[in-house]
Design a protein around this ligand. Sequence first.
Ligand SMILES: O=CC(=O)O
Length: 313
Amino acid sequence: MDSITVLMTSPMSDYLETQLKDRFNLVKLWTYSSKTDFFKHNSHSIRAIVGNTKIGADAELIDSLPELEIVSSYSVGLDKIDLRKCQEKGIRVTNTPDVLTDDVADVAMGLMLAVARRVCECDRFVRRGLWPKGDFRLTNKFSGMQVGIVGLGRIGSAIAKRAEAFGCPISYYSRSEKPETNYKYFSNIIDLAVNCQILVVACALTEETHHIVNREVIDALGPEGILINIGRGSLIDEPELVSALLQGRLGGAGLDVFENEPEVPEQLFGLENVVLMPHVGSDTVETTDAMADLVIKNLEAHFLKKPLLTPVV
Ligand SMILES: O=CC(=O)O
């Protein structure tokens, strides 16, 4: 397949890069000095794009590559891909579901525990030599806290399963009720926020879910409530989140994702009740290798005219 040109949009894993280079003619977008230079050399040769959560395939890129056949995303989230455009042009799209579910759900649990039991604040307390001067203050019990989940898909369900093991009653909000679970369903996200102590945002970012957690939802969660986001930054109205935390209208937050990554609102840096992670939910050696294998298998299947493993479009 080394005559097939594949575009990688930004640096991902070394393993993925090596695997792509071994099989295809690999073009790396970030090695070009300008878009003009890139398009001049590659417009008519690229047949596949491998994108990720930073750079996917927007309308401009898709329209500039007349030979494009497939976008194989090194991510489960599809918000950086113009799916409508791909559909219109008959371009196939794949992603990497399932293989990263455990890691992202693990991170959600870590954030919940870290915020509720003040793990990072305790760490800073010990490192700063404050312990000999007095004990750390009491925190709140995590086991048994009411957990509300926004989006009960693969990742949301894996979070629910883990939280259940901590004795947490689970409720959820999603577009429709899931008959296969016994978790309490709320058809309105505000009702969910009123009725839980920890709200975990685990849905996909789409036009409908953009800023699904707004001021009203944050206020419904309240000054004792904890907000966790392992989905996408833009699921939450970030300026509203920051002002709620600064004003004490929200109890705490655990965030792996941000609206303008890698930029994080600096007002959050001074808040002890906030735990920040640099969008690393699925970033383990094991899972990134499994994601890379899935990207490669989808590309191979496509060019061998076999069924795609994880088709989206
Ligand atoms: O955020 C991670 C992903 O979408 O895979």
